[in-house]
Design a protein around this ligand. Structure first.
Ligand SMILES: *[C@@H]1O[C@H](CO)[C@@H](O)[C@H](O)[C@H]1NC(C)=O
Ligand SMILES: *[C@@H]1O[C@H](CO)[C@@H](O)[C@H](O)[C@H]1NC(C)=O
Ligand SMILES: *[C@@H]1O[C@H](CO)[C@@H](O)[C@H](O)[C@H]1NC(C)=O
Ligand SMILES: *[C@@H]1O[C@H](CO)[C@@H](O)[C@H](O)[C@H]1NC(C)=O
Ligand SMILES: *[C@@H]1O[C@H](CO)[C@@H](O)[C@H](O)[C@H]1NC(C)=O
Ligand SMILES: *[C@@H]1O[C@H](CO)[C@@H](O)[C@H](O)[C@H]1NC(C)=O
Length: 445
């Protein structure tokens, strides 16, 4: 008697928990990719059915299967044909996947294969018993590093192959069938590689952007030292940072990873964050005479046509490599980039190596310095807003020697005006220094 009563209670609790999982987008810690993946795997078919009827007014993109009144996969194909000026995609020699994301109307798979733009690949669907579901779906790599796959009921994992029945490695699927973005403002940090010590540059960057209202960070790591990974992993621990690791399966120079980083970040942040900053470790975007944070600023952008907000550059000459290891508080006061370097160029012309904050659900193709193609909009075309330097700017602590920057680019920068000393804002540097020291002491003391 009592036994069956307890069973009934437990049954009820389980049902309630399952319903709760299906209805909240916020249940899992934000830093945990695995948790998100498993959420998308739990009763996947039911979740997608219930979400399918969701009538979104937060994003016109997410609620429309059609793009520009035609089937979205057909629209992608047309873009590939006309932008690449090809008649038919060729068969890829091989394809390496990165991550997969499930949206309302498609599963988007990102890839790492270099020089594999506009090639034919097949989406391969796997169910909860690891059995393939149905015929492979023919798709293609467009835009670069991105493959759109049709949705298929019961899919638990997805893979890509180059031949219709060729081999493939299925990967889990990140849930992006969110009712609304989890974050208002996040940041996608450029891929980490190279041998310069990163720990201090990394901490200052994160702490700076947190003070500007950034709620979440995405980063790709190709290579980092164990010492730098200690603090990178600590930001993962506190749920502020998510990491995707890059593995080289072709051969390219390290700086070629930047475009993989941007393509994967475009999809990774799409609909999870309303606004996403795409910038480098050594860039500090801040508001000049606008009184407020970057978050305050983007909140004031009420025009839904604005899909990108572009900032102009000011280069601050970074003349030394960053210190290898933490040696005490005094070192931080002298070596934080915002304390150490002041010799500044004039302000770059609009668009010149600029950086943007985008609504990635409205951007079809993203480049390092700006979106190169917006999605067609239901109403007026999407637009980019250029922030004038009286409101906000990027302080770019550019190393003079890495990538021979000084030799290659300095001349071009001189035309923007004479060099003079400028400072990171007085009103922010105290708090920034305090926050940087707090994190450093937690990790490296
Ligand atoms: C999901 O749907 C299947 C049938 O399609 C059903 O057996 C199962 O109980 C459902 N799960 C939940 C959590 O509703
Ligand atoms: C979605 O919502 C809008 C505005 O609330 C409404 O006009 C429209 O009919 C709805 N669409 C569906 C399919 O329910
Ligand atoms: C990876 O980073 C470490 C530490 O910075 C460096 O010593 C090593 O040379 C790098 N390896 C590659 C392949 O870049
Ligand atoms: C993939 O194909 C390219 C071009 O044919 C080749 O250079 C590369 O080594 C191949 N990579 C793998 C992992 O097979
Ligand atoms: C600032 O940097 C420019 C460009 O490298 C250089 O010509 C100039 O001498 C520097 N000024 C100072 C004060 O170091
Ligand atoms: C901010 O405003 C002040 C006073 O109007 C002006 O002197 C200054 O140049 C402005 N700063 C920027 C970065 O535009």
């Amino acid at each position: 008697m009592t036994k069956s009563f307890y069973i009934a209670v437990i049954y009820l609790v389980v049902i309630l928990l399952v319903l709760d999982r299906m209805n909240t987008g916020q249940l899992f810690s934000t830093g945990d990719v695995r948790a998100e993946v498993s959420r998308s795997l739990v009763d996947h078919s039911n979740v997608s059915q219930s979400r399918f009827q969701y009538n979104s007014s937060t994003s016109s993109f997410s609620s429309q299967y059609l793009i520009n009144s035609i089937d979205r996969f057909e629209w992608y194909r047309q873009q590939m044909y006309s932008n690449l000026n090809i008649k038919k995609p060729e068969t890829a020699s091989n394809i390496s996947t990165l991550y997969a994301y499930e949206f309302e109307h498609e599963i988007t798979v990102t890839t790492t294969s270099w020089k594999r733009l506009g090639y034919r690949v097949y989406c391969r669907y796997v169910d909860r018993n690891d059995l393939e579901i149905g015929e492979p779906f023919e798709s293609f790599t467009y835009p670069e590093y991105i493959v759109a796959c049709k949705k298929r009921k019961g899919t638990r994992k997805i893979g890509l192959s180059v031949g219709k029945n060729g081999e493939f490695q299925p990967i889990p699927i990140v849930d992006r069938m969110l009712k609304k973005p989890k974050y208002e403002l996040s940041m996608c940090i450029s891929a980490i590689y190279g041998s310069e010590p990163k720990w201090l540059m990394f901490i200052e960057m994160i702490e700076h952007f947190k003070m500007q209202g950034v709620q979440h960070f995405y980063v790709h790591i190709f290579n980092a030292s164990n010492y730098d990974l200690r603090v990178i992993n600590d930001y993962v621990r506190t749920g502020e940072l998510e990491v995707h690791y890059l593995i080289e399966r072709d051969s390219r120079t390290d700086d070629r990873w930047q475009k993989v980083n941007i393509a994967d970040c475009l999809i990774w942040s799409r609909l999870e964050s309303k606004w996403t900053i795409f910038a480098d470790l050594d860039e500090r975007i801040y508001m000049t005479n606008y009184t407020g944070t970057i978050l305050d600023y983007v909140r004031e952008v009420k025009n839904e046509d604005v899909a990108s907000i572009q900032f102009r550059q000011q280069w601050i000459m970074k003349t030394e490599l960053m210190p290898e290891k933490y040696e005490g508080e005094k070192q931080i006061d002298t070596w934080m980039p915002t304390h150490r370097w002041h010799n500044s160029s004039g302000i770059g012309s609009p668009g010149h190596t600029a950086k943007c904050i985008i609504d990635s659900s409205k951007v079809f193709k993203m480049f390092i310095h700006r979106p190169t193609q917006f999605f067609p909009s239901l109403n007026r075309p999407y637009i980019q807003k250029v922030v004038n330097p009286e409101e906000g700017i990027i302080r770019h602590y550019r190393d003079q020697n890495l990538g021979s920057w000084g030799r290659k680019w300095l001349k071009g920068i001189l035309k923007f005006g004479p060099f003079r000393n400028t400072n990171y804002p007085e009103r922010l540097i105290g708090k920034l220094t305090e926050n940087v020291k707090r994190r450093i002491k937690y990790v490296y003391r």
